[in-house]
Write a protein that binds this ligand. Structure first.
Ligand code: GCV
Length: 641
């Protein structure tokens, strides 16, 4: 494939290997990947005449995906807890070599923090990708499974190299065509996709339609309490596992955004999930059941209903009622992947239920792969958020949180992610899901070095720009956790009242004096869904993190922030600053011109032009809106249209 971006972080290394490799071990897939990697990354085909021996072996380990790398003067041994662990060990070794770690002193043990490290593709059977900003689907074409085999294999390698071990191939919004993934019509093709991913240790998931028993089974109802419905799911599971014996399971979006589900039939979410869980259990499959449930037909005049409360209200009372192979998939925030929102109060609130923490790599609300936005910075903040006085969100990982999931940002674009630098987000997701203790800074640094080479000033410059990018984007977006001031439907660019009079439960309720929703116990009561410690933190304006002030509180524009600035002036200042920061990013990128391959340089330079136009639009629309609403002038006298 052409173009620098195609190889992503598996670029040929600019560093020399420093030895001639000899490879020992069973000639299995890990061996092939090691040989392939040594040649592709360093131009060194292993040979029997080599002067440094890399031994590949497996040795049973309680954590089968774990691996060790033990180097010495004569050779290095990669030991995997099983074949999959060995493969991870090979990728671990190759990336360390690219990062310049001396092989003789390598002494590493790695094991993943969670069992399920999952990508969700929102790909439709017609080949489009919902919220996709990197071209067409990698899996579907014209209503059927359709792919480029070479590309798919390269994609599998990219994902496996950062530890991703499950992928859902189709959109959670399942339409009639992709519902057929449960049938003989599509399963033979799905089986072939599974064959591509299997050697890389990646199992497939399919998103299923709640009404499948009706749509595909010809039944009159999808009621989970109906015996015929249970039989339908059993038969479907049996059929699917005949074709794909190692399927990781099903994914379900039910009772959400006009999709059918158990609630619509007077049943509870556990009844809906368990009937499918029971069908999958004999085959070792899981059902990922999404918690993204809220009233999407709200009257904007209704101030009692508060969308962020919905998921907790629906699921928290059901803790302990889900079968063991149900994983509740919880979006990290209670709204919907906004640039700033608190963590979902469901996270850590259900001690008897497996939970999956859902992130979004695709930049739906965060710049759509036109604007630079390092998602890892946001994830780090999310993981560092307290659940109680003694527990952070990251402490849940590996306990209640048994899956880390993200909506993919990939597609058929030559560089996979549209914006070349958005590759950093896919890379960081895999590595962070493997080990949530790794910092955004380290991951970004590694990604920059693996992608562009180890020139220290290049790596430093790129890393600091990426780490700053989330905050820059936030500056010109909706202020202080307000969210939603975005153009409706496509979600790019500003529209301060775009969602204000809609049915989606997304209101800021600005008047000429105040803005925001009071979500404290004196208001909608949302804060009461948190553990007392966290509730108290958010309840008071004094202790609420300032970045979330307008998520939790209704405030006058004259409200003074900790630095003495008024709320309105903060809005003006940050929006002017955001545009200035993007201009600075452009200068920084231009300073790297000589060090970046031309096609890569040009493609990112183009994206920056789009980002600058977007930042200006946000600045002028948002500042103008607030000026018109409040009549308060900017105290620095800058131009507000
Ligand atoms: C797949 C948001 C997005 C939808 C998405 C939904 C979800 O509402 O805008 O495109 O649908 O989240 O996560 O299910």
């Amino acid at each position: 494939m052409d173009g620098f971006g195609y190889r992503a972080w598996l670029q040929p290394s600019k560093a020399q290997l420093g030895f001639i490799p000899r490879l020992k071990g069973a000639k299995d897939f890990a061996w092939e990947e090691c040989a392939h990697g040594l040649e592709a990354l360093f131009g060194r085909k292993p040979t029997n005449r080599g002067d440094y021996t890399i031994t590949l072996e497996t040795s049973p380990d309680p954590a089968p995906e774990a691996y060790t790398l033990r180097g010495g003067p004569e050779g290095l041994t990669v030991t995997g807890g099983c074949e999959k662990g060995l493969l991870y060990g090979v990728y671990g070794l190759l990336s360390r070599l690219c990062l310049g770690e001396p092989v003789e002193t390598m002494n590493v043990r790695e094991k993943p923090a969670v069992r399920h490290r999952v990508l969700n593709h929102w790909d439709n059977a017609n080949g489009t990708v919902e919220r996709g900003y990197a071209g067409a689907s990698l899996f579907f074409k014209g209503g059927r499974i359709g792919y480029d085999l070479v590309r798919l294999k390269d994609y599998a390698r990219l994902l496996a190299s950062v530890g991703i071990n499950e992928i859902c191939v189709n959109n959670v919004n399942v339409y009639r065509d992709s519902a057929k993934l449960l049938t003989d019509e599509m399963l033979p093709d799905l089986a072939r996709v599974a064959e591509v991913f299997r050697p890389f240790g990646i199992r497939l998931i399919i998103a299923v339609h709640f009404d499948s028993p009706v749509i595909l089974g010809g039944l009159e109802t999808a009621d989970p309490a109906d015996g015929a419905v249970a039989r339908f799911w059993e038969e479907s599971a049996r059929r699917v596992y005949e074709y794909v014996p190692d399927l990781a399971g099903f994914l379900m979006k039910a009772d959400s955004e006009f999709r059918s589900g158990p609630a619509a039939l007077g049943r509870t979410q556990d009844e809906g999930a368990n009937v499918i869980a029971k069908a999958l259990a004999p085959f070792g499959g899981n059902i990922y059941w999404r918690c993204f449930i809220y009233n999407c037909a709200q009257d904007w005049r209704d101030t009692e209903t508060d969308r962020p409360k919905a998921a907790y209200n629906e699921f928290h009372p059901l803790d302990g009622k889900f079968d063991d192979n149900v994983i509740l998939q919880i979006k990290h925030g209670p709204s919907d992947f906004q640039v700033r929102e608190p963590n979902s109060p469901l996270l850590g609130a259900m001690t008897q239920t497996h939970q999956g923490l859902e992130f979004q790599i695709t930049q739906e609300y965060t710049g759509q792969q036109k604007d630079l936005y390092a998602t890892a910075v946001q994830w780090e903040e999310i993981l560092d958020t307290p659940v109680t006085d003694a527990c952070m969100t990251r402490d849940l990982v590996g306990h209640e949180v048994t899956a880390i999931v993200a909506v993919s940002n990939t597609g058929a674009d030559a560089n996979w992610t549209g914006h070349l630098l958005a590759q950093a987000n896919l890379y960081a997701f895999g590595r962070m899901a493997w080990n949530p203790a790794q910092t955004a800074e380290q991951l970004t640094r590694d990604w920059a070095a693996l992608t562009f080479g180890r020139d220290p000033s290049l790596v430093e410059t790129l890393t600091s720009m990426l780490l700053e990018s989330r905050h820059v984007y936030e500056k010109y977006n909706a202020p202080l956790g307000l969210g939603w001031m975005v153009n409706i439907s496509h979600h790019y660019g500003p529209s301060p009242e775009g969602y204000e009079y809609m049915k989606w439960g997304t209101y800021h309720r600005a008047t000429h004096t105040h803005i925001g929703v009071d979500r404290t116990t004196h208001g909608t009561g949302y804060t009461a869904q948190y553990h007392n410690y966290v509730r108290d933190l958010y309840e008071s304006k004094k202790t609420c993190p300032e970045k979330l002030l307008l998520f939790f509180h209704r405030l006058p524009y004259t409200y003074k922030l900790k630095n003495g600035q008024t709320l309105i002036q903060y809005i003006y200042d940050t929006h002017f600053e955001g545009v200035g920061d993007v201009k600075r990013f452009i200068k920084i990128w231009e300073s790297l011109n000589e060090k970046i391959p031309q096609d890569a340089y040009d493609s990112v330079r183009e994206k920056f032009d789009m980002q600058l136009a977007n930042a200006r639009e946000w600045r002028d629309v948002i500042n103008n809106y607030f000026y018109r609403v409040t009549g308060v002038p900017d105290d620095k006298g800058r131009k507000i249209y």
